[in-house]
Design a protein around this ligand. Structure first.
Ligand code: ZN
Length: 208
């Protein structure tokens, strides 16, 4: 098994889904779970591994063609074929995926921020006058730490993984959030000469 330890941190405010109306639905990339802290039970935010994997898969799909990889499109669909993105991230029904994502949990202090938003009417997509609600957000510089574990990636698959990580810092995470990421540590891996540059860039935060 090879392993990449990753740090993620909000580049802007990220919503945490403590309680939220349906309109926000899938664009909330954070969840929370109870944890013991100082002998009390508190809710700590975390990013589910599946969220990170899904965002990375979308990022890989977006950049695939530009870098000479094949992609059968973003998201899961029936028309999925064997493409480079599916080969790396797997397809529905595959029992042994090549990459495994842990949940990403706070590393150090968590900074919260409460944000008031205007409710959006699902049907008309217009702001409804009377629905204001507040969303709990995790703010910069909170850092989340997690791991990507994988087995026997080909050079080509590893290249796609690194390019997808680089792309993730430049585009949306979920529907309305941005994350910065940084590779903290790798083990069981030799970085090919051709990927040294992109790898070294990924070892530093992009956004300060
Ligand atoms: Zn595919």
């Amino acid at each position: 098994m090879s392993r990449i330890v990753l740090n993620l941190r909000p580049a802007a405010l990220l919503s945490v889904g403590f309680s939220h109306p349906r309109a926000l639905g899938p664009d909330i990339p954070f969840a929370s779970k109870p944890a013991k802290r100082d002998r009390r039970t508190a809710h700590i935010p975390y990013i589910p591994g599946s969220t990170v994997k899904g965002s990375l898969r979308s990022a890989a799909s977006r950049i695939a063609k530009a870098y000479g990889f094949t992609s059968c499109g973003e998201g899961f669909s029936r028309s999925m074929k064997d493409c480079d993105v599916c080969s790396l991230f797997g397809k529905p029904g595959i029992t042994y995926p090549k990459v495994f994502f842990s949940d990403f949990v706070p590393d150090g202090e968590v900074k919260f921020h409460s944000l008031t938003r205007v409710g959006i009417d699902d049907k008309s997509s217009t702001a409804s006058e009377h629905t204001l609600f507040s969303v709990e957000c995790v703010a910069h510089p909170t850092v989340f730490r997690g791991e990507v574990n994988f087995r026997e990636l080909s050079g080509r698959e590893f290249e796609l993984l690194l390019l997808a990580l680089a792309e993730l810092r430049l585009d949306r995470f979920g529907r309305s959030s941005f994350v910065d990421l940084r590779i903290e540590e790798v083990s069981g891996l030799d970085i090919p000469e051709t990927l040294k540059e992109v790898f070294e860039e990924l070892c530093e935060w992009l956004w300060t």
